[in-house]
Design a protein around this ligand. Structure first.
Ligand code: PBG
Length: 324
């Protein structure tokens, strides 16, 4: 009790460094890369200043830059030339992501972990994350699982180290694990978007990946932001289906979920600091209302403190540069 106990004793000078409980390292981060088959030169995304879409010809160079900063992994998102109702350009042998993986692996091999997002929304003309019954305007769960398995196998064949299913279909992790194992890819790991919420913070990503939708919204498969126990149930099911890493998405508004998933399930846990989290800090900094460097550091540190072992962030390169 005061006056014997004085918390301020440990807040002076370098003593602060000695008692610091959390720190950031480039090793904590995964950097997202958008690969766009429809462009010849890299293009900045208007709602995400400083983030670019890259043509296949520039992907390896970008990946080399990420690796040189000491960041261990990238996660790839594709923008294909061709979209149809079945998302067929998601699983061919020579489509945008498969080619991007080959290029990065040829250049960097084991120097960089290549993670691929497994979802249909970037490849379907209706923009939903699964096979759709267009008449009923319904996203069909079980027919989608087979396609997700095919996508995962095609990415693994190209050399992906890890796949990250993000479509929130029931049974997706089990279906992908089975498909990978059946094709000899037992060593490819799964980072599941286990608790992915139906969030308005994905807005800028939909510009970036050109993946808006033609009807309804994603609330029949993504989670209600109001729910926490349900997130734990989702995550526990993914563990049972064979997930190696659990992800919570978005990050900042869901730190309670990150904390619970990490401490109740005890798996390596990732948090995805999504496009809207990037854009709001960038916009406030552009207006001169917030100090970008300091607020970005604080936001990312808080994600780590909540329990994330891995942070997927569009700020990964910036932060790694600063930590060097
Ligand atoms: C695809 C996917 C989305 C994001 C990652 N994978 C968009 C969505 O579900 O609408 C969002 C990433 C971000 O906002 O940075 N299913």
């Amino acid at each position: 009790m005061f006056p014997e106990i004085r918390m301020r004793r440990l807040r002076k000078g370098k003593i602060r460094n000695l008692v610091r409980e959390t720190s950031l390292s480039p090793n904590d981060f995964v950097h997202p890369i958008f690969v766009d088959e429809t462009i010849e030169k890299s293009e900045e995304i208007s709602s995400m200043p400083g983030v670019f879409r890259f043509p296949l010809s520039e992907v390896a160079k970008e990946a080399r830059e990420v690796a040189a900063l000491g960041i261990p992994a990238v996660i790839l998102f594709g923008v294909p030339k061709h979209k149809d109702a079945k998302g067929s350009s998601a699983y061919g042998e020579h489509e945008v992501i498969q080619e991007a993986v080959r290029k990065i692996k040829a250049e960097l091999g084991v120097e960089l972990v290549v993670i691929t997002d497994i979802c249909m929304c970037e490849y379907t003309d209706h923009g939903h994350c699964g096979i759709v019954d267009l008449e009923a305007e319904e996203i069909l769960n079980d027919p989608t699982l087979e396609v997700l398995g095919k996508i995962a196998v095609s990415h693994a064949k190209a050399g992906a180290d890890m796949v990250a299913p993000s479509g929130m279909m029931d049974g997706m992790v089990g279906a992908i694990r089975k498909a990978l194992d059946k094709n000899g890819f037992e060593a490819v790991s799964i980072m599941s978007y286990a608790a992915k919420f139906h969030s308005s913070f994905y807005g800028p990503f939909r510009d970036a990946a050109d993946s808006g939708y033609s009807f309804g919204d994603r609330s029949t498969y993504q989670m209600d932001p109001a729910n926490s126990d349900e997130a734990l149930r989702e995550a526990a099911l993914d563990v049972a289906e064979g997930a190696d890493i659990l992800m919570v998405k978005p990050a900042l508004s869901y730190l309670d979920i990150v904390y619970r998933v990490k401490h109740e399930l005890e798996l390596p846990t990732a948090a995805y600091a999504v496009s809207g989290e990037y854009s709001m800090l960038k916009a406030a900094a552009e207006k001169g209302w917030l100090d970008e460097e300091k607020t970005v550091y604080e936001a990312l540190l808080s994600i780590k403190r909540a329990g994330a072992d891995i942070i997927i962030s569009y700020f990964a390169k910036d932060i790694a540069r600063r930590l060097k």
